[in-house]
Design a protein around this ligand. Structure first.
Ligand SMILES: [Zn+2]
Length: 510
């Protein structure tokens, strides 16, 4: 790779991070070693996501945007020897499917079982010809894969989908922990939590932590899944109603599970009901091994569609699914119905319908813990930093200004923050914990239009404003600066109480 003229482990964010946008995740690692007088290179890529806010790149008629990884694909001399996928979310996986649809060839791709199930489904959805399917290798937590001069070890991660992984990347030049999306929560249902026992074994041996810092500006720990479950049970119980409606995002299987367990706890029957996307994910979960009917052990009845036995449920049920209307079959009535809305704006049409019928509901606006949490807060990162003994910290999954504003606070928390703040396209070299920026590359996005009249790729250089529309809806620059200042003040004055802070966070709007 350009600029890799000496031994070291080279890292380059290719998309999604550290500039004004937070999706389309993709990172390259190139290990450069020397034998006799020759330099040898091994490159891997971690994640190839799609960029959610592609419309902001200004190409009319576009269908998607992906980070530009072409120089790491054959026949380039810098071609990657392997691709590793952390988890099944579109901002980490779906870019890969667009490349395959466009006919690009890939080296072996490593991913966990559930990620593979989602990936196989995407290949069909995007009609990728079977002869273009790549070689996929299914991996499990703690598996070790050697690629050239690097060895990668998969580490389980608590996140909102099944089988999420992080990777420990080991080379003679140093050891990196690439966390993937994660939180510290050990209460995840039917999924492995972040593998702290393995990470404790590696304490002091990890030089660099490329970490998911999506919620870095939130003090304390991310609420646990068991907190979300308890809150849901309490609210449903308090409502005293017999028909409960719990709309969930299709791509958040953990909420399907939490709502199901809440119904089970309260001895309410369960109806799964929703859009095509909802049923795709539900069926994947059942194929994965989560047989809801078997889990209910006849304590409650479970049906997968209201057409199949709704009248047998005695009007005492929880409707779990992705829906913005409630069909006539449910006979929505003020006197026996109640809803728990687990997402912020997505279910606005449903709110309107509930209001119209005078049906009471609670939403994440009143009880933020109901939305579930996939990303760790500041406390989760501090915990990881302490366990690994202060590795060089590289925040990802956040805009550059989050890292910039964090610069004053990091030393106070005993964290070694990377300098300067990396932007997409920059190249850094690590040797142990020593790190230097060696190149100022500019990131490029490939904007794809599928019928224009035939498929077309437009290259767009990333501008600082590329993600602004998206950010306005998510993170505000001012709020970020204010929050870090407040945390700094609290820590300096010794008034921080993590438990209290956690309560405050779950009580306040997020
Ligand atoms: Zn994710």
């Amino acid at each position: 790779m350009d600029g890799c003229t000496d031994i070291g482990l080279y890292w380059q964010p290719l998309g999604g991070n550290n500039v004004d946008q937070i999706s389309g995740h993709c990172y390259s690692y190139t290990d450069c070693t020397r034998s006799a007088s020759d330099l040898h290179y091994t490159t891997i890529i971690i994640d190839i996501g799609k960029y959610d806010n592609y419309a902001a790149l200004g190409v009319p008629g576009s269908d998607a945007a992906v980070p530009d990884v072409r120089r790491f694909l054959p026949p380039s001399p810098w071609a990657a020897s392997a691709v590793f996928i952390t988890h099944s979310h579109p901002d980490h996986l779906n870019g890969l499917v667009h490349y395959l649809k466009l006919g690009y060839k890939f080296p072996p791709i490593y991913m966990s079982r559930y990620t593979r199930m989602i990936f196989d489904d995407l290949l069909k959805e995007f009609a990728v010809p079977q002869q273009d399917y790549p070689l996929v290798v299914e991996i499990c937590p703690r598996d070790e894969i050697t690629v050239g001069s690097m060895t990668l070890e998969a580490v389980s991660a608590s996140h909102t989908c099944f089988d999420a992984l992080g990777f420990i990347i080991k080379s003679a030049n140093g050891t990196v922990y690439h966390t993937g999306d994660f939180k510290a929560d050990n209460s995840t249902y039917f999924r492995r939590p972040t593998d702290f026992s393995r990470l404790r074994e590696l304490s002091g041996q990890v030089d660099v932590m490329v970490a998911d810092c999506c919620r870095l500006m939130d003090e304390g720990f991310a609420p646990k899944e068991s907190d979300t479950f308890k809150k849901m049970v309490k609210l449903i119980e308090k409502s005293g109603k017999s028909k409960i409606f719990v709309p969930v995002y299709p791509t958040h299987p953990e909420m399907y599970v939490i709502a199901f367990l809440a119904a089970l706890k309260l001895k309410k029957n369960v109806v799964f009901y929703g859009t095509r996307d909802f049923y795709i994910y539900l069926n994947l979960m059942i194929d994965y091994g989560l047989d809801f009917k078997a889990l209910a052990k006849e304590r409650v009845k479970v049906i997968y569609h209201p057409d199949f036995g709704l009248d047998e449920l005695d009007g005492n049920y929880v409707v779990i699914g992705t829906y913005n209307h409630i069909g006539h079959e449910f006979a929505l009535r003020r006197k026996d119905s109640y809803a728990v809305i687990t997402a912020k704006t997505f279910f606005n049409p449903l709110r309107g319908q509930l209001n119209l019928h005078g049906v009471k509901f609670v939403s994440v606006n009143d009880e933020p813990v109901l939305q579930g949490y996939g990303h760790g807060f500041l406390g989760d990162i501090e915990k990881m930093n302490d366990i690994l003994q202060k590795p060089l910290l590289i925040p990802t999954h956040c805009p550059a200004y989050v890292t910039d504003y964090f610069r004053d606070l990091a030393p106070l928390l005993g964290m070694a923050l990377i300098t300067p703040t990396p932007l997409n396209g920059h190249i850094f070299r690590f040797i142990g914990r020593k790190c230097a920026k060696i190149s100022d590359g500019v990131a490029k996005w490939l904007v794809i239009s599928y019928d224009n009249p035939k498929q077309k790729i437009t290259e767009v250089l990333q501008k600082p404003t590329s993600g602004l529309g998206f950010l306005k809806r998510t993170i505000s620059r001012k709020r970020c600066r204010r929050k870090f200042k407040a945390i700094r003040h609290q820590r300096l004055n010794g008034v921080c109480d993590v438990k209290k802070t956690r309560k405050r966070i779950s009580d306040s709007q997020l």
